[in-house]
Design a binder for this molecule. Structure first.
Ligand code: NAD
Length: 368
């Protein structure tokens, strides 16, 4: 079979380390890759004038499958999140984040197997913002206060939260389809419709309508604050959650915490044609270049990518090797130890070495 042509964005911060570890384990499954390596992020701004140059987007459009390390967004420095821009630019409207317990992980919970489906293109993440003190903002404040007859403090900043019927239908339909193809029984829509009637209320109304078109899958809904508590108290009661962008972002980190933390939380950004795989965690700049961070979240994103490519056997083999490494607890990073300064914790590349060794052993024919 021909090698899979895949765009690989190493990312910045800890990105290059986790990407290299992931590339090694993916190759050790025996699946052939023809990597199209595309640097992006802070390191390329000087050369190309943008953290996400057009040729990187073109590579993803061409190859249709990409895997990326995290990219840093400087806080309040004017560069909008490259990650958010990438998802919008490629219309990767669904972000799927599975949260699954692996035996051996230190967590208060076990046997959790939850899927989070987050809308990826709108909501308060749309980037429609008005800075405090600017004339345009003042004008907007005057106009809105007048229109709704409610005062807004003149020294406010504004962020706009668009939620459309189109995007809500698309994400809820996606959630039901995903539930069906992945053997999930219940879809739960999460919202704050009691307060934001015209945005979250619309999302809920659309979700209820779409649910009627999928009678084989159960449907319910939860208000986001209650959902947060429920996830802490009874996470096993939930199967697949579908959420607007911001709640999806927050609750997927919460759910990652239920199964051992960000070091184990993978993700896939999916559109109609393009799939971009990445861990939930960011670039963790304070650990950059230290060979310390857990590469398993990006490796598990690689497992999702193998499944997407139809390489089910290799996906199961890689997931099995990661699960075995976690269960043995010998070659794991600091975040998986009870005491974070435990000197027996190994580095990023040693985790990859251990997993590569397991995969090579699994692929070696046994002689009797
Ligand atoms: P972060 O996820 O980078 O790190 C927060 C902390 O979580 C780290 O300091 C570390 O203690 C822990 N952590 C994260 N990943 C880990 C791993 N693999 N193994 C062990 N511990 C891990 O979040 P942040 O500090 O809020 O963000 C840093 C930068 O990353 C920001 O610029 C942010 O915008 C960016 N970011 C990028 C993405 C992305 O590329 N998709 C996602 C989130 C944040």
């Amino acid at each position: 079979m021909a090698a899979h042509r895949v765009t690989l964005i190493p990312g910045d911060g800890v990105g290059p380390e986790v990407s290299e570890a992931t590339r090694r384990v993916l190759e050790a499954t025996g699946v052939e890759f023809d990597w199209d390596i595309q640097p992006a992020g802070l390191g390329v701004v000087e050369k190309y004038g943008s953290p996400m140059p057009d040729h990187v987007l073109e590579s993803i459009r061409r190859n249709k499958v990409a895997i990326k390390g995290p990219l840093t967004t400087p806080i309040g420095k004017g560069i909008r999140s490259v990650n958010v821009a990438l998802r919008k630019e490629l219309d990767l409207f669904a972000l799927v984040r599975p949260c699954k317990s692996y035996p051996g992980v230190r967590s208060r919970y076990d046997e959790i197997d939850l899927i989070i489906v987050r809308e990826n293109t709108e909501d308060i993440y749309a980037g429609i913002e008005f800075q405090e003190g600017m004339p345009q903002t003042r004008a907007m404040i005057d106009e809105i206060s007048h229109a709704v007859n409610k005062p807004i403090r003149p020294d406010s900043g504004l962020s706009i939260k668009p939620i459309s019927v189109t995007a809500s239908k698309r994400i809820v339909n996606f959630a039901f389809e995903y539930a069906r193809t992945h053997g999930r029984r219940t879809v739960t829509a999460v919202h704050k419709a009691n307060i934001m009637k015209f945005t979250d209320g619309l999302f809920l109304q659309v979700a209820q309508e779409i649910a009627q078109e999928h009678p084989d899958i159960q449907f319910n809904d939860r208000i986001v604050d209650n959902m947060s508590m429920q996830l802490v108290q009874n996470p096993k009661e939930y199967d697949l959650l579908v959420l607007p962008n911001l709640y999806g972002d927050i609750l997927s980190d919460l759910a990652a915490g239920l199964v051992g933390g960000l070091g184990l939380a993978p993700g896939a950004n999916l559109g109609d044609e393009i799939a971009l795989f990445e861990a939930t965690h960011g670039s963790a700049p304070k650990y950059a270049g230290m060979n310390k961070i857990n590469p398993m979240a990006m490796m598990l994103s690689g497992v999702m990518m193998l499944r997407h490519l139809g390489e089910t056997y290799a996906a199961n083999m890689l997931e099995g090797a990661i699960a075995e490494t976690i269960r043995e607890g010998r070659y794991v990073t600091y975040d998986m130890k009870a005491d974070r300064s435990d000197p027996t914790a190994v580095g990023t590349s040693e985790v990859a070495d251990a997993i590569v060794a397991k995969l090579e052993k699994a692929r070696t024919p046994t002689t009797i």
